[in-house]
Design a protein around this ligand. Structure first.
Ligand SMILES: *[C@@H]1O[C@H](CO)[C@@H](O)[C@H](O)[C@H]1NC(C)=O
Ligand SMILES: *[C@@H]1O[C@H](CO)[C@@H](O)[C@H](O)[C@H]1NC(C)=O
Ligand SMILES: *[C@@H]1O[C@H](CO)[C@@H](O)[C@H](O)[C@H]1NC(C)=O
Ligand SMILES: *[C@@H]1O[C@H](CO)[C@@H](O)[C@H](O)[C@H]1NC(C)=O
Ligand SMILES: *[C@@H]1O[C@H](CO)[C@@H](O)[C@H](O)[C@H]1NC(C)=O
Ligand SMILES: *[C@@H]1O[C@H](CO)[C@@H](O)[C@H](O)[C@H]1NC(C)=O
Ligand SMILES: *[C@@H]1O[C@H](CO)[C@@H](O)[C@H](O)[C@H]1NC(C)=O
Ligand SMILES: *[C@@H]1O[C@H](CO)[C@@H](O)[C@H](O)[C@H]1NC(C)=O
Length: 901
């Protein structure tokens, strides 16, 4: 008796329906047909994946065709950023607004097939990561990214809103490239976009096959408001970021440059070629600093690009010498060529900082110049991939039997702690698969020929599956096969003769539990449909059960995730004042010393004679009430010598007041204003910058969770009698993990002129927005100009609109506050300007962390002090300025480039 066909079909239909409903319910794309997964539909071979999308599209700005993940990976879940966290004015915002996360498995890999025909095997691979609270947990993960079998980078976020970009030049040695996200126990890995571009063999070919991880790719002399240069301007898809270098001026050409019609091996886009920087005089140099925290264990490749477009260079000589850390890198003096791109490539090892100095030689008629540069870190490659034929065979087996194991991704053997479950590999330099155990994996169908590709196989266990058909001959041709267990299947036919011969010499073969198998003599065929159908039905029941359990588990999980997390706030141990005390302290609110964000500020005197500032909350504003508590709460937790400290507070009925230490010198805005009777000296300005940077660095990196000030401006930087600067006004501050929901304030935060343009529209502010505001403050210190100035009635000028046009002209005096009457050192002024400019690129990704800014500012202050000292001693002896004092000065983050960390 056989079960009717319709019953089987019905069961299948139910199963499929359940499966698809579970997909809808959990909003995930799940194991699509594995047969599809490796096909790359991109005819061009370029691959651009917008992770987390469901349907491919062509980006209307770049014209790039973006595909969903499902063509490249089987695992993971799609997510869309919560609406209040989406990017909306970024060139790449569409790609960052969705992502794919990998809650299951230690390693999840994208497999990119590399088309070989007629193309080089050198690629640019780039990935973006933007967490932005997609999972509503307000906790950023950290995870590793592997390129093939080797570590590429550890992804760690500075805060919930920051994002990350990695970019590598990679020579593929295998037919596929896997990019793997590895769970290191610090949260769920995810990815926002992944791209693969072709590079020509003749580019980036300084050495061998080692991957080159981009540290910086900088265009020099570009207009400050250009975000970056990208495809289609750059046919290789590179992103060129702007970089401001002090002590230089920008030069450009207005003539059309045909980037394809000139000698241009690296295919630099014409926009990169058309601008350059030039030293200010024949005897001054261009100085480019690169990351003083450079990891000494790596080798670095530096690419310098020169393109002579100046007419006068046809008649006059431009001859240059280039040094890295004071060692010349040229065997002969160098002259850029007219209308030709010249690339100078050098490696450098065992350094913890790099100072590139380009200067013209005494014979030169023209000053030093440079157009662009790149720095790459050469990735260590301790692991080699599994032997390619074994890789092909095991992938083929995976496909044929649709093996859905979560850890069957990427290279089968390497790294060794990610070896696929059921595999044992040899320890050869290219490992071989020596045993494969697929016992009880519900394999169906015949024994596939792909097993024969595992030519070093010693042990194969296929027992307890539903394999049908005959025992293939090829087992006898596997030279090392010692153990073969085929028991518990539905194999038929007889044992091939060749295999029989090996039986009692080398091979141990198990065949029990295959009722259809004919072990001796003549073999007749039995027909038995019942067990097959019964087993199909049974396995469907099992699958349905699994799916139902899966759906239930997911629902439960989701419910759990929905519970919001609340951090306990540490409680105040500040003095509590009564209303009558407040009245007495302030002599009945006699002296108004300012107007804060939410009320008047009065001068007060405590019993012990200490002067205090009393900030009284005006009774009219609700918002103010919230901020009052926010500020009181934060200030009771946060203490630092560069943050205004809270003496106490009063919260009595309607009266709410905050009592602070009194900062006698007032705020920086007043001190910088035209009305201020005294002009701040240059060294005082540097000291204020260092102090304020320390305070902000403490909020960002010394507090757990980090605190974003959100309203940094000169009016919020106060000075005490010793001219020590302290940051105040925490009313708008947010400690990230304390936000118990995802709602970023929709109330406009911050102050016009200081607001991060990237987040202006969304109202989302993060650490990097504070860095932007801080950069504006530095510009105010340098120029003495306010952030926003009334230009004419009804229109205002932003300080950047004022500074930007002056940056390229190489005249620092036109930028620095004229009230200083040139009482400053120009190198120190250039350096401070470099630091300020490094803080305010339009994209947050390019801005440094405050810890770096602090170090640079400290170096800048040290430089100023050392110069002052040198100058005072020079007045005695007439020694010239010791240039080696500059060694102590490093502007690493200015050079560090767009790539966060
Ligand atoms: C691209 O499309 C978006 C909306 O679909 C639109 O806002 C934007 O202006 C378009 N950009 C271009 C360059 O067409
Ligand atoms: C890198 O530099 C070292 C010396 O510093 C040199 O021996 C080596 O050949 C260089 N490697 C390449 C690829 O140029
Ligand atoms: C080129 O230089 C001129 C003069 O310095 C400047 O006005 C212009 O804005 C520059 N053009 C570009 C594209 O940078
Ligand atoms: C550079 O040269 C100019 C004249 O060409 C001279 O006035 C100046 O003092 C020189 N600067 C230095 C640092 O030697
Ligand atoms: C894998 O092994 C390496 C080194 O043996 C170790 O550092 C790493 O933490 C391991 N990763 C996991 C996920 O176990
Ligand atoms: C294969 O794995 C099963 C369990 O997964 C185990 O019982 C069996 O012993 C393994 N076979 C070999 C040859 O190790
Ligand atoms: C082969 O597999 C079956 C089922 O897993 C097991 O009972 C049997 O012991 C295995 N044979 C050998 C020789 O290990
Ligand atoms: C081993 O092989 C020989 C001949 O090849 C056969 O006579 C003998 O029975 C075999 N022994 C076993 C244990 O299979």
């Amino acid at each position: 008796m056989s079960a009717p066909k319709w019953m089987v079909q019905l069961l299948l239909v139910i199963f499929i329906a359940l499966l698809s409903s579970s997909l809808v319910a959990s909003h995930t794309i799940h194991n699509e047909s594995p047969h599809r997964k490796l096909a790359s539909p991109a005819d061009s071979g370029y691959i651009s994946i917008d992770c987390g999308i469901n349907e491919a599209y062509t980006d209307n700005e770049s014209n790039i065709w973006y595909q969903p993940d499902s063509n490249f990976i089987e695992t993971g879940q799609n997510h869309i950023l919560p609406s209040q966290y989406t990017f909306d004015q970024h060139h790449i915002s569409k790609q960052l607004n969705t992502l794919r996360s990998f809650p299951d498995g230690d390693r999840n890999c994208y497999t990119l097939i590399t088309p070989k025909q007629g193309r080089s095997n050198k690629y640019l691979i780039r990935a973006f990561f933007a967490y932005r609270n997609y999972d509503l947990k307000n906790t950023t993960p950290a995870f590793d990214v592997y390129l093939g079998v080797n570590h590429w980078k550890t992804i760690e976020f500075e805060d919930v809103l920051s994002y990350f970009l990695i970019d590598v030049v990679y020579v593929a040695v295998t037919d596929t490239i896997s990019v793997c996200l590895v769970n290191i126990g610090k949260g769920v890995p995810f990815i926002s976009s992944l791209e693969l571009w072709f590079l020509s063999d003749s580019t980036y070919s300084i050495s061998s096959l080692l991957p080159q991880d981009v540290m910086t790719r900088s265009n020099l002399g570009m207009s400050q408001d250009t975000v970056f240069i990208r495809y289609k301007d750059d046919t290789y898809g590179r992103l060129w970021f702007n970089r401001f270098i002090g002590n230089s001026k920008t030069i450009n050409t207005s003539s059309a440059i045909d980037a394809n019609g000139i000698q241009n091996t690296y295919k630099l886009p014409s926009q990169v070629l058309k601008t350059a920087i030039q030293s200010l005089s024949l005897n001054s140099s261009l100085e480019i600093y690169f990351d003083k925290n450079t990891d000494k264990s790596y080798e670095y490749y530096v690419y310098l690009y020169f393109f002579e477009f100046e007419e006068q260079a046809r008649t006059q000589k431009r001859i240059m010498d280039i040094t890295f850390n004071d060692v010349t890198i040229l065997t002969q003096l160098f002259t850029p060529q007219y209308m030709k791109v010249v690339t100078i490539v050098r490696n450098i090892t065992k350094v913890d900082q790099l100072r590139i100095l380009i200067k013209s030689t005494p014979e030169s008629d023209l000053p030093a110049m440079i157009n662009a540069f790149e720095v790459y870190r050469v990735l260590h490659q301790p692991n080699s991939p599994t032997y390619q034929e074994d890789v092909d065979a095991i992938w083929s087996i995976k496909r044929v039997y649709e093996i859905p194991r979560i850890n069957w991704q990427g290279d089968p053997c390497i790294p060794t702690n990610f070896t696929w479950e059921g595999l044992t590999c040899s320890s050869d330099s290219n490992p071989r698969i020596i045993s494969l155990n697929l016992s009880a994996r519900r394999l169906t169908g015949e024994i596939d020929a792909s097993f024969s590709g595992l030519t070093k196989l010693e042990s194969l266990d296929l027992s307890n599956n539903k394999l049908t058909g005959k025992i293939p001959e090829f087992f006898s041709e596997l030279p090392s096969l010692k153990f073969l267990n085929l028991s518990g299947n539905q194999l038929t036919g007889s044992i091939p003769k060749s295999l029989k011969q090996k039986l009692n010499t080398t091979l141990l073969l198990s065949l029990e539990g295959n009722p259809g198998l004919c072990l001796t003599g003549s073999c007749e065929k039995k027909k038995s449909l019942v067990p097959i159908i019964a087993s199909i039905a049974a396995s469907i029941v099992v699958l349905v059960t699994i799916v139902v359990i899966y759906v239930m588990v997911r629902r439960i999980k989701r419910k759990k995730q929905g519970v919001s997390k609340k951090d306990g706030q540490k409680k105040s141990k500040n003095q509590v004042f009564s209303y009558s005390q407040v009245t007495r302290i302030t002599s009945n609110f006699k002296t108004v010393i300012g107007k804060g964000g939410f009320g008047e500020v009065y001068l007060g005197t405590l019993r012990d004679g200490r002067e205090v500032a009393v900030k009284l909350l005006s009774q009219t504003s609700n918002q103010g009430y919230k901020e009052f508590h926010s500020e009181a709460d934060l200030l009771t937790i946060v203490h630092h010598r560069n943050l205004v400290s809270l003496v106490g507070y009063c919260d009595e009925g309607d009266v709410k007041a905050l009592i602070y230490e009194y900062m006698t010198k007032g705020n920086l805005q007043q001190l910088l204003s035209d009305k201020s009777p005294n002009v701040l000296k240059w060294s005082e300005r540097l000291q204020i910058a260092v102090d304020a940077a320390h305070g902000l660095d403490y909020l960002h990196n010394g507090c757990k969770p980090p605190i974003v000030h959100r309203d940094l401006k000169t009016a919020n930087i106060l000075l005490n009698g010793n001219m020590q600067a302290k940051i105040s006004d925490f009313g708008l501050s947010r400690a990230f993990a304390n936000e118990n929901d995802t709602h970023v304030s929709t109330v406009p935060a911050g102050t016009l002129g200081y607001l991060d343009p990237e987040f202006y529209s969304s109202g989302n502010l993060n650490k990097k927005s504070d860095v932007y505001s801080f950069g504006i403050i530095l510009l105010e210190l340098i120029t003495g100009q306010p952030a926003i100035k009334a230009a004419s009635p009804g229109s205002v000028t932003h300080i950047l609109q004022w500074v930007n046009p002056k940056l390229g002209n190489g005249d620092i005096k036109s930028i620095v506050d004229p009230r200083l009457k040139a009482q400053y050192n120009t190198s120190s002024a250039w350096k401070l300007l470099e630091i300020a400019m490094s803080c305010i690129p339009p994209t947050a990704i390019q801005r440094p962390d405050m810890s770096r800014v602090v170090n640079e500012l400290k170096d800048c202050l040290a430089l100023e002090i050392s110069i002052e000292r040198t100058e005072s001693s020079r007045r005695k002896s007439s020694n010239s300025l010791d240039m080696s004092s500059l060694n102590s000065f490093q502007i690493e983050s200015v050079i560090r480039g767009p790539y966060a960390r």
